[in-house]
Design a protein around this ligand. Structure first.
Ligand SMILES: CCCCCCCCCCCCCCC[C@@H](O)[C@@H](N)CO
Length: 197
């Protein structure tokens, strides 16, 4: 339980603390300058889909979506835009550390979206923030996830809204195929490893 609390403290409470600390000055500045401002929240693709081995991590990253959606309602009148970034595995020192003890099944499922270099994720994130996107995917699988999990999130443009409406059925179908594949992999892995034990 201590480790779960630690993760929620960093990923969720850490974001609350940062937003709370930055908001008064941001509101003041947008009022004075009339220039738009952005709050970028770093989630993860594991905050769009639950992934084996990431129970605490996924929970803390999913929570950021609720935070972001509600916050966008609360700051839109101040000219502040919220962006939620959803990267896949990203080559960072933290990821190298994580990889030393990541379960095989997590590797397989997370591998469905591949990995990205940190500077590429940073560029994608900045582009998304600058163009006022609420959901910022970082790769092709991320774009599919964005459509599949669009829910009631604010849409960034009429084109995105159109693609979400048109793509919804297709992406649900793709999601079912991915889930089927992941559950079969988990089942086979347990069957094989139980036999070996
Ligand atoms: C509707 C179609 C679905 C498209 C493919 C979905 C692939 C989803 C795979 C998600 C993997 C997420 C892994 C991210 C983990 C990182 O955040 C973590 N390593 C950071 O430490």
């Amino acid at each position: 339980m201590e480790e779960i609390k630690w993760m929620v403290d960093i990923n969720l409470m850490g974001t609350f603390h940062l937003v709370k600390a930055a908001l008064p000055a941001m509101k003041e500045r947008t009022k004075e300058t009339r220039l738009p401002a952005s709050i970028a929240i770093m989630s993860s693709q594991a905050g769009q889909v639950g992934v084996y081995g990431y129970t605490a991590y996924s929970a803390s990253k999913f929570a950021l979506r609720g935070l972001g959606e509600a916050l966008q309602h609360e700051v839109i009148a101040d000219g502040i835009h919220v962006s939620l970034i959803f990267p896949p595995d990203t080559e960072t020192p933290g990821f190298a550390e994580e990889n030393k003890r990541r379960p095989e099944l997590t590797n397989i499922i997370a591998g469905s979206s591949g990995g990205m270099k940190a500077d590429v994720v940073a560029t994608k994130a900045l582009d998304g923030i600058k163009s006022g996107k609420f959901i910022v995917p970082c790769n092709f699988e991320g774009a599919m996830l964005a459509v599949a999990t669009a829910g009631l999130s604010p849409q960034s443009s009429p084109l995105t809204a159109f693609l979400e409406v048109i793509g919804a059925g297709l992406m649900r179908f793709a999601a079912i195929c991915f889930q089927f594949n992941w559950f079969s992999t988990i089942e086979n892995w347990y069957a094989k490893n139980k036999k070996c034990a």
